[in-house]
Design a protein around this ligand. Structure first.
Ligand code: MEV
Length: 337
């Protein structure tokens, strides 16, 4: 049995804009998804946590789905790719691995720490599952290969056009700046402050939100491109502030990034997100914003007094925690990568 794990992530800056080749900044957090896998059974079976049903597909089913995906991808039929849904995303990724490295029946079990529930850690699952599967197949994969396979999962999970930031941070870990045309670049980040992660309690669909923004951009290219450019400058400024360890300025940039995302509409912000942001700010956060696709999911707040903000958010009924940033990327438990 092989066990692999990958970290969850937060996006400090640049979500959605990264899809359009703008700069994003991401950090791995100290909560992980684990996947145990071994050769066996009569199909590829994935046992999911939290009473979700066990998924099962035969070689023929996986090959058919993978071929269907490849065709849709070549034809740039993103809305049809979006309709495939999350469970098929897992099998499309496995289909991609099998098409390169040969098929095997596999039984895999995902372990999700409770603290990761609701955090939308799909790329972490893809990264841990692809690392475990490749190892079971006897392939000595590089991190780049694992990240590339996870990207295929995110193509489906993000509705056809992922940036690649999520699979990169889940696989490489640490801190990254990321531009689609340049790929991930490791970043040094040593802030004298803490990040609080807050679960909105609202389930959001990254595929839906990314496609909402894509459709809006087609309708209102000038307005949307201007917002994306502004987010790009914020991320660039943030790199300088990170280097200078200027927490106050970073907080302001987070606030500005949030306001710009909200101004896109498309359901990116919600009442609960706004409530979280206000509570965090009223209780002294340097900055607060949605993190990831929005529409629910999670928010983050930057502070040097986590207790006050955590207490207020908990009193208001939100599940939240302080997190250490910069966790290591995907790893195989026995040997590591
Ligand atoms: C989701 O975590 C990040 C988005 O920018 C989508 C992507 O980059 O693929 C919303």
């Amino acid at each position: 049995m092989i066990t692999a794990s990958a970290p969850g992530k937060i996006l400090l800056f640049g979500e959605h804009a990264v899809v359009y080749d703008k700069l994003g900044i991401a950090a791995a957090i100290d909560k992980r998804i684990g996947v145990s896998a071994y050769k066996g059974g009569t199909a590829v079976e994935l046992q999911q946590p939290f009473h979700f049903p066990t998924l099962r597909k035969t070689q023929d089913e996986i090959e058919e789905l993978h071929a269907q995906f490849r065709l849709l991808f070549e034809q740039k039929q993103f809305d049809k790719i979006k309709e495939l849904g999350f469970h098929n995303a897992i099998y499309v990724m496995l289909g991609e691995i099998f098409s390169k490295h040969g098929y095997s029946n596999i039984i895999a079990r995902a372990h999700l720490s409770h603290t990761l529930k609701g955090i939308g850690a799909s790329a972490s699952l893809f990264s841990a599952l692809s690392a475990a599967t490749l190892k079971v197949l006897g392939v000595e994969a590089t991190l780049k290969e694992i990240s590339d396979f996870s990207y295929i999962g995110d193509v489906v999970a993000h509705g056809g056009t992922p940036s690649g930031i999520d699979n990169s941070i889940a696989t490489f870990g640490g801190f990254l700046s990321f531009r689609k045309s340049e790929g991930p670049k490791p970043l040094k980040l040593d802030l004298n402050a803490k990040i609080i992660v807050v679960d909105t309690g609202e389930k959001s669909s990254t595929a839906e939100l990314v496609s909402n923004v894509r459709n809006l951009r087609e309708k209102e290219p000038e307005r949307v491109n201007k917002i994306m450019d502004e987010i790009d400058s914020i991320s660039n400024e943030a790199l300088v502030k990170i280097k200078n360890r200027d927490i106050v300025a970073l907080g302001n940039l987070m606030d500005r990034n949030h306001t710009l995302l909200k101004s896109l509409g498309c359901g990116l912000s919600t009442e609960r997100i706004e409530k979280i942001v206000s509570i965090a700010k009223e209780n002294g956060a340097y900055g607060a914003k949605l993190s990831g696709a929005g529409g629910g999911g999670i928010c983050i707040a930057l502070t040097d007094n986590p207790k006050k903000i955590l207490d207020s958010l908990k009193n208001a009924g939100f599940y939240c925690f302080e997190t250490n940033l910069g966790a290591h990327g995907v790893s195989i438990d026995e040997t590591g990568f």
